[in-house]
Design a binder for this molecule. Sequence first.
Ligand code: PHE
Length: 450
Amino acid sequence: MSESPQHHGQWSSRIAFIIAASGSAIGLGNIWKFPYLLGENGGGAFVLVYIACVIGIGLPIMMAETMIGRRGQRSPVNTMAALAKEANAPAFWQIAGWLGIVAGFLILSYYSVIAGWSMAYLFKMVGGFMDKVGPEEAQQIFLDLKAAPDVQLVWHSLFMALTTAILMKGLTEGIERVTRLMIPALFLMLLALDVYAATTPGFWEGMTFLFKPDFSKITPDSVLIAMGQAFFSLGLGMGSIMIYGAYLPKDVSIGRSSVIISIADSAVALMAGIAIFPVVFSNHLPPSMGPGLIFESLPLAFSHMPLGSVFGSVFFLLVFFAAITSAIALIEPAIAHLTENFAYTRQKASVIACGACWFLGLGTLWSFYDGGEWQWHGKTFFELIDFVTADVMLPLGGILIAAFGGWVIKEKVSKEELDLGEYHRYWQIGTCFIAPVAVALILLKALGLF
Ligand code: PHE
């Protein structure tokens, strides 16, 4: 990594950026969250709305966000401030940067708890505690984990400690190396699980659930959730991709890289869905069982397939890697902010930001432990943080980023940065009109404001 004059380093190549950005995009969102959200929100119809959101809203915003980052070359708040000033636009645009720092911080607090679950499962798989389990036992193992705050605390703490350690080491060393191996391995692993799923009796039922849309299941809420998930899964609307863009060499085509990243991200989510739902239906489990879905269903697949405990161990190890490369991206905006504005070293910034995140994570841990007893407006602590971030803050950040990229940044600049050729017009329509209007309408409608 070579140091640029602007504090931060640079990716060594286009492929290094694609790998790092895919590492940020591919995470628990694809493997854990996408399946349970689609299980809760009506299957095929949700998948369709999700894909429409990725193409119509996510992709143009990803390009805008990366472009803003490369143009600004600083942490999100300072980038937005500098570019706004350059374009004689009000300083208010900085809000997008602030939203991102706070959202990333909040998300990581619960993300780490769930990543901790996958570490606990890895441990169980390696130890052979998951050989030959039936649906009731699988359910019980998950319930036991939720009911053991001390065990969860150990894994949550370990995950945060590892995240801090990688962050302290800096960019290329930490992120690039892990992700380069992880992505192809994860694809292969999911492919093996998909092949296994095809041999189960519930395969067609699973496929029908996933791919046959029942439009009566679409509600304003489920559209909001699908859109929030598109932001979450692509890692958009919060400055992560912006900061990764700041480390991006000038000669890389943002347009093409964004398309590749979005395709890889959506493919992993769909492959996870194909692996999970046939197993769910084969074992007569309810698809709408919520955040425990993969933890209660996948062990059943592993316990029945040949070499299941080996596959299971490798799988949960990969989930852990996928989670940690996203965790790094979630907190990077905060760290860049602390190093730039307070002259903290990377080490100090990492310890402070991750330490605070760890503390907040205790709230999520407790919300799973108390079985949803404490609620505020019908939501547990975890659900509140998830809702406020994925369904409100990321879309709001997304509107600002899209509008800023489309309206404030000069056309000449965006043409040069994105390198989309004749497709530039579509990007402009997306960022100037479709993304901000669609996101605003969906948000207002689902929040009951119109
Ligand atoms: N995209 C990550 C996932 O799907 C989470 C994430 C969100 C990462 C926002 C960075 C920014 O798990």
